[in-house]
Design a binder for this molecule. Structure first.
Ligand code: ZN
Ligand code: ZN
Length: 228
């Protein structure tokens, strides 16, 4: 069977040759074995950013600095609220079919996109809601933040806390894996008022603070990390 004959000599060459990243023309200088190319290029900082709006309707791609101008020009209907603690109000959550609600939140000098997505599974038997926050920024920047989503009311509370996604990786895989706030229609109705659902969103930033405890102490530097 010719298909099963492995060209060991060629495989050996391929396993030692370093290939450039396909975004080398955009400035990436990394070279790697062909087996590492897929993983690198998926995460490569030089890979263009896609439009962060959920759904596949907008095909825009560009540099990170162009994402906010793109949103402001092409997606003007998106509301932006200022502050680290806001309410994301999703109206008419009983709307049939798959629906996305999005909103922008600005704080700590950054922009975050809040996404609530409703999906129908098994026909319309199961409706699930997925809520998540993504940073208009790199993965590295996203690691500096935490977000909390909270539904509260009627003496009940449902909370989810996590690190925001970078728009570079997007939210679709997180939603697919339920790595976000997930709830069904019954829970949504427990918290909804007049068909609208308010989600409290709080963004926090990790701050690294270095203290020199005492100039001549045996412990010259103590490191504290906390969430403010
Ligand atoms: Zn690269
Ligand atoms: Zn777009």
């Amino acid at each position: 069977m010719p298909g099963n004959i492995r060209n060991l000599a060629m495989e050996k060459v391929a396993s030692t040759v370093l290939f450039p990243c396909k975004f080398s023309t955009s400035g990436c200088q990394v070279t790697m074995l062909h087996t590492d190319k897929g993983d690198h290029e998926e995460a490569c900082e030089y890979r263009p950013y896609s439009c962060p709006c959920p759904g596949a309707s907008c095909k825009w791609q560009g540099a990170l600095e162009q994402v906010m101008p793109h949103l402001l020009n092409q997606h003007r209907s998106i509301t932006t609220l200022q502050g680290e603690d806001i309410v994301f109000l999703a109206t008419d959550i009983a709307l049939p079919g798959a629906v996305d609600w999005i909103m922008m939140q600005s704080c700590f000098g950054h922009h975050f996109m809040l996404v609530l997505e409703k999906q129908e599974k098994y026909g319309d038997e199961l409706q699930q809601f997925f809520a998540i926050v993504q940073l208009i920024g790199t993965r590295k920047q996203a690691d500096n933040f935490a977000y909390r989503l909270e539904l509260s009311g009627h003496r009940r509370r449902l909370t989810w806390e996590a690190t925001p996604r970078s728009i570079h990786e997007g939210v679709s895989s997180a939603i697919l894996n339920s790595d976000c706030l997930v709830f069904d229609t019954s829970i949504a109705q427990l918290f909804a008022e007049n068909g609208n659902l308010g989600i409290n969103v709080t963004i926090s930033i990790y701050v690294l603070i270095y203290f020199e405890l005492e100039r001549h102490s045996p412990f010259p530097l103590a490191k504290y990390v906390w969430l403010c």
